[in-house]
Design a protein around this ligand. Structure first.
Ligand SMILES: N[C@@H](CCC(=O)N[C@@H](CS)C(=O)NCC(=O)O)C(=O)O
Length: 222
């Protein structure tokens, strides 16, 4: 049995969406966002105590990109990554790595600029630079997605799921949209998939990625 350590509406959404796409049999373990030590098994799976984290039999995996790639490999019939030897498989590695090391972290200066400096007024400049950088990432994504249905073209993969979640985070920030029509149309295509809609419902998220109940995680008040 797969156990997904999650906080609904957080980065763990991508893992849940991949498990739903794969038709996996899994159980969730809801992590309290402010009391991560409540369940000691969480730190065994991820010593950093961040979600998503996955226990899959004897295997443990954390970091969103690694979790997604593991799920894709674990359920080959779902076709969430091309098989080993397929020339398109490295494209998924590249998409997932870029999304993890560039797009995922590009949100922090926009969402929590004050945490990135000890300078009382420095958060403003950090946020401004973050907006400029996000515009560059959006333009790059537009160029990569123009004329394509999915990141790889005709095959939907875990790269689409990861990108979808991080584009969805634009709804947390007032004055930022990621990219133009190619990115936004990709977002809408992923959003319309039944497994993705189910994952949103399970994570208590609206279609534009707002929490239905901002004071709840996993059905419990926080
Ligand atoms: N680099 C990590 C980041 C994970 C992360 O920061 N997760 C957040 C949720 S978005 C978390 O666990 N927050 C819980 C906490 O900090 O208490 C990944 O990609 O999985």
């Amino acid at each position: 049995m797969i156990h997904l350590y999650q906080i609904t509406g957080s980065s763990s959404f991508a893992a849940r969406a991949a498990l739903e796409e794969a038709g996996a049999d899994y159980e969730v373990v809801n992590v309290h966002p402010k009391q991560r030590n409540l369940d000691p098994s969480f730190a065994e799976v991820n010593p950093l105590q961040r979600v998503p984290a996955l226990r899959d039999g004897d295997a443990t995996v954390y970091e969103t990109g690694a979790v997604l790639l593991h799920i894709a490999d674990r359920f080959p019939a779902a076709g969430l990554i091309p098989p080993i030897g397929d020339p398109r498989r490295p494209d998924v590695y590249r998409w997932v790595m870029w999304t993890a090391n560039t797009l995922h972290s590009a949100w922090w200066p926009l969402m929590m600029p004050g945490f990135m400096t000890t300078d009382e007024s420095g958060g403003v400049g950090i946020r401004e630079r973050g907006i400029t950088n996000m515009a560059k990432h959006g333009a790059y994504l537009d160029s990569q997605l123009a004329g394509k249905e999915w990141c790889l073209g005709d095959q939907f993969t875990v790269a689409d799921i990861y990108l979808y979640m991080l584009v969805g985070w634009q709804s947390f920030v007032d004055d930022v949209q990621v990219g133009g029509a190619p990115v936004q149309e990709h977002f809408a295509r992923v959003a319309a998939r039944p497994a993705i809609a189910r994952a949103r419902e399970l994570d208590d998220l609206t279609p534009d990625f707002q929490r239905n109940h901002p004071d709840m995680r996993g059905g419990e008040l926080i």
